[in-house]
Design a protein around this ligand. Structure first.
Ligand code: UP2
Ligand code: SAM
Length: 562
């Protein structure tokens, strides 16, 4: 294999998964590698044709495939016309793919590679990356799920190790769960299409920026039965986005039906609890925040509460790695806080929490970030206090402050920013909140803002056309630095650094990766300045995991000293 460090060009990302069913694959050679290629072609539903002269050392599995008719053998040395005569009739007999297994020293290899490229036939030449127009992936499959790994010719053993490691992180039966969710999605799609509802609203909610008001919130006010169906589609996307994989794979058709019917059912709030009020043991409730995403940002108090609870009522945004810390036997419910259903889901949890308390159980109401910051924490506190159960409230690291930190944005910075404002980008019932006035030394953090980013940025930088009277606020200059921070503290954290002028386009091109927030103000460019570029996108954050392994290393070496 060639030393990759000498490659002149860095590898570019790959684009497609390929359906090779019924294709004709030409395999030049009869050695063990040819046998492996032949097996792979058969696995993906293609018909392999072996091109090799009469030989004594035909690999035995090739001989078997030829003998049982699954592969065809043309016993001659490769001829140019093989490429254009042995393929399927429907593609004018041109073969679909060519594997050359003769090695890079054989003069036929570059010749076949050149010919294939001219004929637009994908070609792979073993041990000669420069002669390949494609490389093979090390794949993991589970039903409809296919994960392919390539190191772009740098290390096939490493690729296969990575495949195994990634696969070992995935729960069993993920393929079946994907099938089940796919079937529900299709069903909803068909029902909604029949009702004439769906028009590009599947995963994104920023239609309001284009003025096309068939968004979710509009549907609420219309309140008709058909709108309910459209909402279910969005609920499904949220389940796929937020639920831990472990929970997703254990979901049954009945669970799915229950979730999707919940909207119309309205008062299905008990979820299995039956109000055994008479027990003498008094229940206790803890209301805790779980931090922005990474489990290491939990407080020790919340960690203990997780381990001591009999029942955990977790909000939808509570990060999956935090949910993974919950002991297996603990009863867990995840809020059905899907767009437009927040009040109902909230009510559902209050009823469940109270029922559990009356049974004398330890209840943990787990919220994301900090429980009091846009988390309805105080409402819940009041509710339970009135019922005679005052919660113990535990703070959590809020995304409002930590997301900017993890994106290297200092909320205040001497001479640049001397104040911080945290606000919501979406008001009650989806209303547009009053935009804050421009303060040059302020850092503003907008939560719940990205699904209506364009409208928000517009409101910061321009006055509405009809608003011609005296203005009580100053507009934010379009050159104001800003950043979108998504999935802060998680390995898939993403930061888009830009200015108010370009941020919407950047976000539109990048697509959303919820949850995320917008930070606006001069402090955004203190540590990273895009230097004239319209935007810069930074992917990934592993700081906390790296810290974790260093601590582990120290702990081990201390153990050894003892
Ligand atoms: O008022 C409404 O019914 C919904 C309007 C709406 C809001 N955010 C929004 C929407 C659109 C939507 O959810 O469809 C928009 C909204 N709601 C939410 C998110 C986060 C997400 O789904 O990714 C987002 C943002 C999505 C994005 O920007 O990409 C979810 C949300 N809203 C909220 C909470 C907290 C909670 O319910 O306990 C939660 C988290 C629930 C969970 O983890 O399960 C609460 C919320 N929603 C809202 C506010 C601002 C209220 C105000 O300023 O008066 C507040 C704060 C509050 O009630 O104290 C308004
Ligand atoms: C309803 S608010 C709850 C905030 C939470 N109580 C807190 O203190 O972080 C939800 C919003 O928090 C923000 N958010 C939560 N986690 C985040 C994360 N890891 N990265 C970026 N933004 C996040 C997003 O703006 C999301 O819309």
């Amino acid at each position: 294999m060639k030393d990759a460090s000498c490659d002149p060009k860095p590898p570019v990302p790959l684009m497609a998964a390929w359906n090779t069913e019924s294709q004709v694959h030409l395999i030049v050679g009869s050695n063990p590698l040819a046998a492996a290629r032949c097996a792979r072609s058969l696995e993906v539903g293609a018909t392999p044709i072996i091109i090799a002269p009469e030989t004594d050392d035909m690999h035995f599995t090739l001989s078997e495939h030829i003998a049982n008719g699954s592969a065809q053998w043309i016993s001659h040395e490769f001829e140019d016309k093989d490429l254009t005569t042995l393929g399927r009739e429907e593609v004018d007999h041109i073969v679909d793919l060519v594997f050359v297994t003769l090695g890079s020293n054989n003069s036929l290899s570059p010749h076949i590679s050149k010919l294939c490229r001219r004929l637009r036939i994908p070609v792979n030449v073993s041990d000669a990356p420069e002669l390949c127009s494609f490389t093979l992936l090390s794949t993991y499959s589970d039903g409809p799920l296919h994960i392919g790994i390539t190191t772009s010719g740098r290390g096939c053993k490493l690729a296969s190790r990575l495949r195994r490691e990634i696969a070992s992180f995935l729960p069993q039966n993920l393929g079946t769960a994907i099938d089940r969710l796919g079937a529900v999605r299709r069903r909803l799609w068909e029902e909604d299409s029949a009702a004439g509802l769906i028009e590009g609203i599947f995963d994104r909610e920023d239609d309001d920026s284009t003025g096309q008001k068939h968004t979710f919130n509009n549907l609420v006010t219309e309140g008709d039965a058909a709108a309910a169906k459209t909402r279910r589609v969005r609920w499904l996307s949220q389940i796929c986005e937020y639920w831990p994989l472990r929970k997703l794979v254990s979901i049954t058709d009945a669970d799915m039906d229950a979730i999707l019917k919940a909207y119309t059912a309205g008062n299905d709030t008990t979820n299995g609890t039956n109000g055994l009020d008479a027990l003498s043991k008094k229940g206790k409730i803890v209301l805790a925040g779980s931090g922005p995403g990474h489990p290491d940002l939990l407080t020790r108090a919340t960690y203990h509460a997780i381990h001591n609870a009999d029942i955990i009522l977790a909000d939808k945004l509570v990060p999956a790695p935090v949910l993974d810390l919950i002991p297996r036997r603990t009863e867990v419910h995840i809020a059905r806080k899907f767009p437009g259903n927040a009040d109902q889901a909230q009510e559902e949890f209050l009823v469940m929490g109270l029922a559990a308390l009356k049974q004398g159980r330890q209840v943990l109401r787990l919220k994301q970030g900090d429980p009091y910051l846009y988390g309805r924490g105080a409402e819940e506190f009041e509710f339970f206090r009135k019922e005679g159960y005052s919660p113990v409230v535990l703070p959590g690291i809020t995304s409002a402050m930590s997301a900017s930190l993890f994106a290297d944005i200092p909320a205040t910075h001497r001479g640049v920013s001397d104040q911080v404002l945290v606000c919501t980008g979406t008001g009650r019932k989806g209303a547009a909140p009053n935009p804050p006035t421009y303060v040059p030394t302020q850092t503003v953090v907008f939560l719940m803002a990205l699904h209506r980013l364009s409208a928000l940025v517009e409101s910061l930088t321009t006055f509405p056309a009809e608003d011609t009277g005296p203005q009580s606020r100053t507009l934010w200059p379009k050159e104001t630095p800003c950043a979108i921070v998504e999935r802060a503290s998680c390995p898939d954290q993403r930061v888009i650094r830009s200015t108010l002028e370009h941020v919407c386009l950047a976000f539109e091109e990048a697509g959303s990766r919820p949850p995320g927030l917008l930070v606006v103000g001069a402090s955004c460019h203190v540590l990273h300045n895009p230097q004239g570029q319209r935007w810069v996108i930074e992917e990934g954050f592993h700081g906390l995991d790296e810290l974790r392994s260093e601590v582990d290393v120290v702990a081990v070496s201390m153990d050894e000293k003892q």
